[in-house]
Design a protein around this ligand. Structure first.
Ligand code: BDR
Ligand code: CA
Length: 317
């Protein structure tokens, strides 16, 4: 199997860390570079977390670029310590990496990697889309230079998790999301509809802790705080698998079972719909004409047992 080059863009919180670990454990892809963005924490702290975690896995040489500090419009709204901890990784202590972030910013890294791996680079984003939108502005040909993009974000037929209609990654930079979703590339959108339907449980966390392996143990430790946050949502200590599920779908480890290709528009107005991903799912009604040229696959359902797959793979680290 030839590993495909993948660029990963993240706002390294707890589930981004799980996605990162999953990618590190995936033979189907090779992480060509990682860019960070402000979301769960600011982009500098996200890079610090990313570097520390790749070092923990013995993969410190993967280049990490610090990305945008602020969204396309306005300023960064601040971190979410009640969800991801003050440091983004559940307030656990991980030694800082001996490596520093590279000099180029994340948008330039995307462009450079896309040109180097022309037509083959895959993009995966688990944070706000600020860096990708910036890369599109600097290199309008970007969509033709990459193979595809998988985006964790949005809510199709489900309510949002920040406003009644907006999911966090889209809410944190609607202008960027609108540009990225409108660009002519193959998009797989992994929204809350599917990520909230897949959970990791206390037994899964215990398996990571019991592994004795540095990165799985660190994940198990940071998930403690994440489980506290999700107690109110699910009524038990567990967590949704937003970012690792998107990673697994990008890599092919988890297969979508319901994923129509439809037109998706992001509301970037200042009204109550700001940050909504408006997915044209009218095709579910009889006689509505199929959408020609729709290039966004919206994952509504995915295979039954993603938790087992995720944990098995994380335990190989
Ligand atoms: C998304 O928001 C962030 O808090 C998570 O890391 C995930 O990417 C879920 O809405
Ligand atoms: Ca994230």
């Amino acid at each position: 199997m030839t590993a495909q080059p993948l660029y990963f863009d993240c706002d390294t919180g707890i589930d981004d860390s799980m996605a990162l670990a999953y990618l590190l454990a995936s033979p189907e892809i090779e992480i060509a570079g990682i860019g960070t963005v402000s979301g769960n924490v600011n982009s500098t702290q996200a890079a610090r977390n990313t570097l520390a975690l790749t070092q923990l896995a013995g993969r410190a040489t993967i280049p990490v670029a610090v990305g945008a500090a602020d969204p396309q419009a306005g300023t960064y709204g601040g971190s979410v310590p009640h969800i991801h901890g003050h440091n983004g990784i559940g307030d656990i202590t991980v030694p800082d990496s001996a490596q520093s972030a590279v000099a180029q910013d994340a948008a330039d890294m995307i462009i450079e990697l896309a040109r180097t791996h022309r037509g083959k680079l895959r993009l995966l984003t688990t944070g706000p889309l600020t860096n990708v939108a910036e890369a599109l502005r600097r290199e309008p040909e970007l969509p033709s230079l990459v193979q595809d993009i998988t985006i964790m974000g949005g809510a199709a037929q489900q309510s949002g998790n920040v406003t009644p209609v907006a999911e966090a990654n889209i809410h944190n930079d609607p202008e960027a999301a609108a540009e990225v979703l409108a660009a002519p590339w193959d998009i797989t959108l992994v929204p809350l509809d599917v990520t909230l339907a897949h959970t990791l449980e206390e037994a899964d966390r215990r398996r990571l802790l019991d592994s004795g392996r540095p990165l799985p143990v660190a994940l198990g430790e940071m998930m403690d705080l994440y489980y506290d946050f999700y107690l109110e949502t699910f009524g038990r200590r567990c967590c949704a698998v937003h970012d690792p599920l998107a990673a697994a779908i990008a890599v092919g480890g988890v297969v979508p079972t319901l994923a129509p290709s439809v037109d998706v528009v992001v509301d970037a107005t200042q009204g109550p719909g700001r940050g909504q991903t408006i997915c044209d799912l009218r095709g579910q009604f009889l006689n509505y004409p199929p959408q020609k040229g729709a290039h966004c696959r919206v994952v509504l359902k995915a295979g039954p047992d993603s938790a087992a797959h995720l944990v098995e793979r994380l335990l190989t680290l």
